[in-house]
Structures are given as structure tokens and as C-alpha cells.
Design a binder for this molecule. Structure first.
Ligand SMILES: Nc1ncnc2c1ncn2[C@@H]1O[C@H](COP(=O)(O)OP(=O)(O)OP(=O)(O)O)[C@@H](O)[C@H]1O
Length: 577
């Protein structure tokens, strides 16, 4: 999975990565020559008092160091650009994939997990790319090159390499193998903290109203302490790793000095050679350390890449046709033919064998008790989910065969939960029609009975809207959501219980103002209130997802017991007769 993500998303950065490799190569090779030059400077310059040699070798060393600095800066620069670009593209890829999800995929992943995957998980993989760009070539080159160069300086001390390098590798591997499972656990725990936090913030009012703060606090504290405990365990291993590495490095240095001093005493080693050997040993140990740091990151990045790939590879239940069909005439006729729908995993269907035709210029109302399937039914029209049996047609063509964007552009959906986006009233209203003029916005507000309260706001159309529209009342939010649909002037209006938060007077005025606007449109209203739906051209009565009545109000009052029951429970006796 990790390699698949890297292969796909690093492809556009091949050139930059090649530059990084070349620069790393140059920086590492130059670094490898410095200890040898230093040894010559000591043995042939300082020891013999040859100032000219000292100056010329020193000059070469300064030039090499300068070149090395430039190569390293270049490698980090291009590495950072490539890895940041990689992260940006990956986030965009996930965003794009999530954008095609239907309700089904959203609920199976959950919003908090999708957010963690698009932020934290991407960061982990991006960090791996970044460090790889810094160490991929230099670590193995410094390691192998260091061994070769050290052996060139002196063979008698070579056994020190054979002991210290494997010892360091063994020690680090032992620590890392204990850290890897903790890294896996950590991503899940970050998900859990996000989930709890998001749920509590969304339902803050309910939490307060039911005095659940202490209990919810405990729930958060549990998720938080689980994450902290795992992070601390990882931290303990990391803290253990540092002294172990330092111990091995320092003991190895002392050993080089100890045994090197004896060899110098014997006359078989020069001071400069010993210093070069020491430098090479340090370079090798640092390279081993860098490689193992990467080895720590790989399993964590692999876990994150798996989670990212899971999102990228998810095929939405609502797919887009390769060759969409376009209706011959676009009048906005909606038809359900034997429509059936079951939520995934549910034993019984939510909607069974529904037949309904909603013609342009007519109003269709859908009523039924809570949970009877009304919202599910209207969700089938803009393809929030697809039928599991039968068909939904718009203008005679199955919605599954039509271009999704074109289809949705013709539908003005006012959902049950009126959701507004952070911005201004104008930016929210222009959601449906970007180029709508202020006059069009005011007209839509007038129809939605929202012009009064918007006009009272000091900034008018430019009044700020908080995320979710929480700085407006439920009724105001609903009216703004209705205005947003009206601005679009769609052919099909779907009001999913959109009038429920309005008082009877506003509800009646709104429908009255809406009538001239929707004379040619197909209007579908989900409603609980009989006064809202009584004058509809046809009323569909649902009970447990099955049609138990279809007709006009007067007819249904006589013929449909379920409808009669709803009417009797709401209207005075003389009206329901
Ligand atoms: N995402 C979902 N996954 C599984 N079952 C669901 C899901 N959404 C709704 N349901 C179930 O489908 C049934 C119909 O739900 P739906 O929201 O369509 O009813 P409704 O008539 O609009 O209700 P209300 O009037 O309360 O809004 C309910 O029994 C509900 O439990």
C-alpha cells in the first residue's frame, strides 16, 4: 500500500527527486573525503611543520565543505518541495475521492476518521518522503563509503567496526520492534479522540441541557489518556534509544583512541590516520542511526498509507455513468417505478415497491409517521443513494444513467437539517447560483419570508454566518436554506420537512409567495403538518416504506385510514370531516 501511494503520488516529482539524489550523492562523497584530507593535513602538514601544505590542504577542505553545504541545502530544498507537493496532491486526492462518496461511504468511515486520514495520516507519509529525500542516498553511501575509507586508513582497527556497527544495529532494532505496534495503535487512538471531541462539540447544547458534562468529560479523558499513555510509551522507548546510541558511540570512540594510541606507540599508525578512522566510525554510526530512524517511520507511514489507500480505493455506491444519457426534453418530471431501497446491512427494505409520478407544475406531498421512509424517498432523486430495486427517473431517464452534476443542478434540495456554511448570507445564497445578483438574492429571501430579518441585520446580505449557521435560529436557518434553493430556480424543488420549524402563519405566507415562482416546476414536499400539504395536487401516504394512500386531501380523508388518522390528530373536527 505504501509503495502504491508513493509510486502514484511521487510520479510528478521524478525530476526533483533525481536532483535530490544527485545532490545527496555529491554531498556524501565530499563528506567522505574530509577525514582523509584532515589526516594528511595532520600527518604531512602539522607533524612536519609544512605551512604551505597546511594552507593548500586547508583551502581544499574549505572549498569541499562549502560545496557540501551547497549540495545539502539544494537537496533539502528540492526534497522539501517534492515532499510538500506530494502531501498537497495526496490531500487533494483524498478530498476528491471523498467528494464522490455517497451517504453510505460517509457513514462507514465516519467524518472524524476521514479528517484524520486527510491530515495526520498524510503528514506521516509526507514526513517519510521528506526524510527519505534527506537520507535515502546519504545513509547507505556514508555507511559503505565510511567502511571502505576507514579500512584504507588502517586495517588493524577494522575489528572495532565489526563490533560497534552490528551492536548499534542490534540495540536499535530491539527498541524499534517494540515501538512499531504502538505506532499502529496510535493512529487509531487519534481517530478515537477526534471522534469523541467532534461528537461532543456538535452536541454541546444537548450535553449541557442534560448536565452530561462530567460524564462526557470522563469519556474524553479516557480517550485522551489512552492516547497519552501510548505516546508516553513510545516516548520512553525513544528516550531509551538516545542513551543506548550515545553509549555505543562513546565507547567506540574511546576504544578507537585506546587501541589507536597503542598502534601509534608501536609506530604502525599515525595521529592523523587515527583521527580519520575515528571520524569515519562516527560517520558510519550516524548513518546507521539515520537509517534506523527511517526504519521507525516506515511502519507508521505504512499504517497511514493503508488507511489513505482504503479511502482512495473505495468505490462509491453511487457511481457516475461513463456515458451519461441526456433527456430529450427537460421539464422536470420525476417518476418512481417499483422503487425499493434497503440500507446496507438492514434486514428489511426501508422503501418497498413505490410507484409515483410528479409532473411539472404540480405539488406532490409525502406524509407518514416518523421513520416511514420519507427522507429516504426524496434522497433517491438527487442520488444521495441509489435504489436497490426498481427505478427513479427524471424526464424519462433513469437517474443512474444521467450526468450527476447536471441532474443535481436541476434540483433545489432543502434538507431536513438546514445546514449553512461559514461565510455571509450572500455567499450561502449564491451556493446554488454563483452569478446571482443582489436583487435575485433579495427576491429569494422575500419568497422564503427571510427578507425581514436579513434587512434588520446591520450588514444585510453581507451579515456573517457561523459554521453550520449556528448564529441563526432554527426557523431562520430553514428559511435561508429555502432561499438558497429558490435562488437557483430549479426545475425540481424538494422540501424535506423544511417548513416544520416555521410557525403556521409564516408557513402559509411562504407557500403563498412560492406559488408564482414554482408554477412550472415539479415540487415535492415532505411534511408532517396537514395545513402545509392539504392543498397539494397529490399526497403520497407512506407507512413503513409502503404506499398506503395516493390522491388529493379530500379523497384521502375518506379513503385512507392512515391519512385520516393524521388529519384527525391535527385539525379541528369540523375541518377534518
Ligand atoms: N443511514 C442509515 N442507515 C441505516 N438506516 C437508516 C439510515 N437512515 C435512515 N435509516 C432508517 O430508515 C428508516 C426511514 O428513515 P427516514 O429518515 O427516511 O424516515 P422519515 O420518514 O424521513 O422520518 P422522519 O419523519 O423522522 O424524518 C428509519 O427506520 C431509519 O431508522
Amino acid at each position: 500500500m505504501l509503495t502504491a501511494v508513493l509510486r502514484t503520488y511521487l510520479r510528478p516529482y521524478r525530476l526533483q527527486l533525481s536532483v535530490v539524489i544527485v545532490l545527496q550523492l555529491a554531498a556524501s562523497i565530499t563528506a567522505l573525503f574530509l577525514p582523509t584530507l584532515n589526516a594528511r593535513l595532520i600527518d604531512d602538514g602539522v607533524a612536519k611543520g609544512d605551512t604551505g601544505f597546511i594552507l593548500s590542504t586547508g583551502g581544499v577542505m574549505v572549498a569541499i565543505t562549502f560545496g557540501q553545504i551547497l549540495c545539502t541545502i539544494g537537496a533539502v530544498y528540492f526534497g522539501a518541495r517534492a515532499s510538500m507537493g506530494f502531501g498537497r496532491d495526496l490531500r487533494a486526492g483524498i478530498y476528491h475521492a471523498v467528494g464522490g462518496f455517497s451517504d453510505q461511504e460517509f457513514s462507514s468511515f465516519g467524518a472524524p476518521s476521514l479528517i484524520t486520514r486527510n491530515t495526520n495520516d498524510v503528514n506521516q507519509v509526507q514526513m517519510l518522503v521528506m526524510l527519505t529525500c534527506t537520507m535515502l542516498v546519504s545513509a547507505p553511501l556514508m555507511c559503505i563509503g565510511g567502511v571502505v575509507m576507514a579500512l584504507r586508513e588502517n586495517l588493524d582497527l577494522s575489528w572495532l567496526l565489526a563490533v560497534s556497527v552490528p551492536l548499534l544495529l542490534l540495540a536499535i532494532t530491539l527498541v524499534i520492534t517494540r515501538m512499531v505496534p504502538l505506532f499502529r495503535q496510535m493512529q487509531k487512538l487519534i481517530d478515537a479522540v477526534n471522534r469523541v471531541l467532534r461528537e461532543q462539540l456538535t452536541g454541546l447544547r444537548v450535553v449541557r441541557a442534560f448536565v452530561r458534562e462530567p460524564l462526557e468529560g470522563e469519556r474524553f479523558a479516557k480517550a485522551n489518556s489512552d492516547l497519552t499513555e501510548t505516546a508516553l510509551q513510545i516516548g520512553r522507548y525513544q528516550a531509551l534509544m538516545f542513551p543506548i546510541v550515545m553509549l555505543i558511540v562513546n565507547v567506540s570512540s574511546v576504544a578507537v583512541l585506546w587501541f589507536g594510541a597503542h598502534l601509534i606507540d608501536d609506530g604502525s599508525l599515525q595521529i592523523g590516520q587515527m583521527s580519520a578512522f575515528l571520524n569515519y566510525l562516527m560517520q558510519i554510526l550516524v548513518a546507521v542511526l539515520m537509517a534506523t530512524v527511517m526504519a521507525v517511520l516506515i511502519p507508521r507511514a505504512a499504517v497511514c498509507a493503508d488507511r489513505i489507500k482504503e479511502v482512495l480505493d473505495t468505490v462509491p455506491a453511487v457511481d457516475r455513468p461513463a456515458q451519461p444519457q441526456t433527456p430529450a426534453t427537460r421539464t422536470g418530471t420525476v417518476e418512481l417505478r417499483g422503487a425499493q431501497f434497503s440500507y446496507p446491512g438492514a434486514e428489511t427494505p426501508v422503501l418497498t415497491d413505490l410507484d409515483l409520478t410528479c409532473a411539472p407544475g404540480t405539488v406532490t406531498a409525502i406524509v407518514g409517521s416518523t421513520g416511514s421512509g420519507k427522507s429516504t424517498l426524496v434522497g433517491l432523486i438527487p442520488r444521495l443513494f441509489d435504489v436497490t430495486g426498481g427505478q427513479v427517473l427524471v424526464d424519462g431517464i433513469d437517474v443512474r444513467l444521467q450526468d450527476q452534476d447536471e441532474l443535481c443542478a436541476r434540483i433545489g434540495l432543502v434538507p431536513q437539517q438546514a445546514y449553512l456554511f461559514s461565510g455571509t448570507i450572500a455567499s450561502n445564497l449564491r451556493y446554488g447560483k454563483r452569478d446571482a445578483t443582489d436583487e435575485e438574492l433579495w427576491e429569494a429571501l422575500r419568497i422564503a419570508q427571510a427578507d425581514d430579518f436579513v434587512a434588520e441585520l446591520a450588514e444585510g446580505l453581507e451579515a456573517p454566518v457561523a459554521q453550520g449557521g449556528t448564529n441563526f435560529s432554527g426557523g431562520q436557518r430553514q428559511r435561508l436554506a429555502i432561499a438558497r434553493a429558490v435562488v437557483r430556480r430549479p426545475q425540481i424543488y424538494v422540501f424535506d420537512d423544511s417548513f416544520s420549524a416555521l410557525d403556521l402563519g409564516t408557513d402559509a405566507r411562504l407557500r403563498h409567495a412560492l406559488r408564482p415562482t414554482v408554477t412550472e416546476a415539479t415540487v415535492i414536499i415532505v411534511g408532517q403538518r396537514v395545513s402545509t400539504i392539504a392543498d397539494a395536487d397529490q399526497i403520497l401516504v407512506l407507512e413503513d416504506g409502503v404506499t398506503v394512500g395516493l390522491g388529493r386531501h379530500e379523497e384521502l380523508v375518506r379513503t385512507c385510514p392512515t391519512y385520516g388518522e393524521i388529519v384527525r390528530s391535527q385539525l379541528p373536527a369540523e375541518l377534518s370531516a
